[in-house]
Design a protein around this ligand. Structure first.
Ligand code: PLP
Length: 415
């Protein structure tokens, strides 16, 4: 019988991609089985917002499991109800009074698309089914999420399985107007966007004018605005939600990653009262693990930490510091195209854009015990992202910046 020792393929389908064997973590650091300490400057996959090793979250999950039972998602349970209310009362924008739980980002993206469709069907508009996506973008790997997204490397080969949803360039409101006209507004259910593009584009953010134009055209044509806040939500960009940096008001918001902080697999879809008012119960099926009480207990504890330690504000302040330090160290380097982002959600676009340079930089960083996130897809094939825990210290920021600069030099010299 193959083990993970002899066959890394046992935990990842791609042979030869074995990473360090992580046995634990603490704050911004990961510990390996052979005693290395790795600075987790990407919070894993931009997930570990409150840092590693928080026993308060483990305690919350354990207590819920010890006292609980599996309960069908349509009945309230203590932590399910508490998390719902905590989100509605303290986290979501005004008017978003409804939350549907999932197990992560992709399930949330699919559910948001399904919700937009269900809303139009319930309101007598069954011809509205298309969801316009942006290029580049990433919303997950379920078939609906892949269809709505446009991350070329992650879609490659799966196209025959995917609905052919229209796509528009990430920063072009005229293209959006043209697509709506060409497809027919009466066929379109929603417009799906990352407020700041994540791994597909390494923190691309269009102007306020763009968002204003998007809001205007979608409102005029009854097209729902659906914000993917899986990476940008829960304080990552220095505000609670990434869309709050811009003049845009979504009808549906979905999230994942930072809600569970890497401790529990959980995602959510939130919607305004208007969206859910006419839904019929059986028309919007749950997942078996929708709102698992123990997962909700864990997520509630994560939000409590964010609130009590004022970590959203800290993400803004430390993000400004990190962006300044990155610019001091990297601006003007021949291989650095742009440093961009908000809060602790930062991207560094690199050149040559041959689809390999970013991986080399990530490898050089890891060899120096710092983990950053590989990002990019056409038209931004080579970029890296930084998404450290909000608790990162100034000393850790210095170490991160020094290491990234050295890693970029080493990768450039090796070309
Ligand atoms: N949406 C965005 C913006 C993401 O970055 C991701 C994952 O990276 C997803 C959706 C999918 O989330 P998950 O991997 O939890 O399914």
């Amino acid at each position: 019988m193959p083990s993970t020792e002899t066959d890394p393929n046992r935990i990842h389908f791609v042979p030869g991609t074995r990473g360090p064997n992580i046995v634990g973590g603490d704050g911004c650091w990961l510990r390996t089985d052979d005693g290395r300490r790795i600075l987790d400057a990407a919070g894993g996959a931009i997930v570990a917002n409150i840092g590693h090793g928080r026993t308060v979250v483990a305690d919350a999950v354990r207590d819920a499991l010890a006292g609980g039972a599996y309960v069908v998602p349509i009945w309230p349970t203590p932590h399910r109800a508490r998390l719902h209310d905590q989100l509605v009362e303290r986290w979501l924008p005004d008017g978003m009074g409804h939350v549907f739980f999932t197990s992560g980002g992709s399930e949330s993206a699919d559910s948001a698309v399904r919700l937009a469709r269900a809303f139009h069907v319930a309101n007598g508009r069954p011809e509205r089914w298309k969801v316009i996506g942006r290029h580049p973008s990433y919303h997950g790997i379920t078939l609906g999420a892949l269809a709505a997204g446009s991350h070329s490397r992650r879609r490659d080969g799966y196209e025959p399985l995917l609905l052919d949803f229209p796509k528009v360039p990430w920063d072009d409101a005229s293209a959006l107007r043209e697509v709506i006209e060409r497809e027919g507004a009466a066929t379109i259910a929603g417009f799906l966007f990352e407020p700041i593009t994540g791994a597909a584009g390494a923190c691309l953010a269009p102007s306020d004018d763009y968002w204003q134009a998007v809001e205007d055209v979608c409102r005029r044509h009854g097209i729902l605005l659906i914000a993917d806040e899986v990476m940008t939500g829960f304080g990552r960009t220095g505000l609670r939600w990434g869309h709050q940096h811009f003049p845009i008001t979504p009808d549906i918001i979905f999230g994942g990653k930072g809600l569970g902080g890497g401790y529990v697999p959980i995602g959510m879809v939130a919607a305004t009262d208007e969206i859910v008012a006419d839904l019929h119960g059986s028309g919007f099926m749950f997942f078996t693990f929708t709102g698992s009480d123990a997962m909700c207990a864990g997520a509630g504890a994560v939000l409590d930490v964010l609130e009590s330690e004022h970590l959203v504000e800290r993400s803004a302040a430390m993000g400004d510091l990190l962006a300044d330090r990155l610019r001091d160290a990297l601006d003007g380097q021949e291989v650095v195209v742009e440093i961009r982002g908000r809060g602790l959600f930062l991207g560094v676009e690199l050149t040559p854009s041959d689809g390999r340079f970013a991986a080399a930089v990530v490898g050089e960083c890891l060899a120096r015990d710092v983990w950053i996130y590989p990002a990019g897809s056409a038209p931004v094939p080579d970029a890296v992202m930084i998404g450290c825990p909000f608790t990162i210290s100034e000393a850790e920021i210095e170490l991160l910046v020094e290491t990234l600069a050295a890693a970029i030099d080493a990768a450039a010299a090796a070309r």
